[in-house]
Design a protein around this ligand. Structure first.
Ligand code: ADE
Length: 253
């Protein structure tokens, strides 16, 4: 899967290319990243990529011509490649979208904007998808593009080893993750839950699922709305409910 990113700050992507699981995947050729700087497609002395907004107001807007030229260079020879723009106005990017992108394996051109935004005609002419990584405003789309690529690339075949498998990730089954522990068994008066040392894989699996359900109920009940539960989850969920009811009644007494 190849990503082409249009950005006036290509150095920001050094970390993604050099570090961690994604850096390793890019170095192994399991995914590809190419960067295109609109500044390289300017023709004036100052290599201008932004200009004042029509209608007035604060901030600058990214100009059409250098962006369009960079997009065309990135798209060269691939007329059907999809193009996504990162912005707070986009649809919410989540684990399900990441999973679908990784499963399709289709190349993607990403536009990372700066300043107040990009000339709307770029969007009109080129953009197939617009993604937001959350309801907050970043100073540019680069971090959002890296978030998207990280979430997708780690799901590509062979990127995570068996020991790092994505199946157990938070959200992969629509729930938050369970707690994790490693050695030592006891530290600063805190103990690893006994069940994790029992060696009983079935009990451990059930405990983890119950913890995941409990955390999701406490921290992100919105994730449970409209989610289909398995019979086992239903049973564990009722146990959690009953226990929290007991706790409330105890508090009242
Ligand atoms: N650019 C600036 N803020 C953003 C956000 N929240 N998501 C995606 N792109 C952005």
């Amino acid at each position: 899967m190849r990503f082409d990113v249009i950005s006036v700050m290509p150095q920001m992507f050094d970390a993604l290319q050099q570090q961690g699981v994604v850096g390793r995947a890019l170095q192994r050729g399991q995914a590809e990243l190419r960067l295109w700087n609109p500044r390289d497609y300017t023709s004036d002395l100052h290599r201008t990529v932004d200009d004042r907004p029509y209608g007035g107001g604060p901030g600058m807007v990214m100009k059409y011509e250098p962006l369009q030229a960079a997009i065309e260079a990135a798209r060269s020879g691939r007329p059907d490649v999809k193009l996504a723009y990162l912005s707070p106005q986009g649809q919410r990017f989540d684990q399900q979208v990441a999973t679908e992108m990784a499963a399709s394996g289709e190349d993607l051109i990403l536009i990372a904007g700066r300043y107040e935004g990009i000339d709307e005609r770029i969007i009109e002419r080129n953009v197939d998808q617009e993604w937001s990584i959350g309801d907050y405003v970043l100073s540019g789309g680069e971090l959002a593009a890296m978030v998207l690529m990280d979430a997708v690339i780690r799901l590509l075949p062979g990127v995570l080893g068996a020991a790092e498998s994505a199946e157990q990730d938070s959200f992969m089954d629509g729930l938050l993750d369970c707690p994790h522990y490693t050695r030592p068994e006891q530290i600063d008066g805190m103990q690893v839950p006994k069940i994790l040392q029992s060696g009983n894989h079935e009990l451990i699996r059930r405990w983890r699922l119950k913890q995941a359900l409990e955390r999701t109920l406490q921290r992100r009940p919105d994730l449970l709305q409209g989610r289909r539960m398995t019979a086992e989850e239903e049973k564990l969920f009722n146990e959690i409910r009953a226990a929290s009811g007991d706790a409330e009644r105890e508090q009242e007494q």
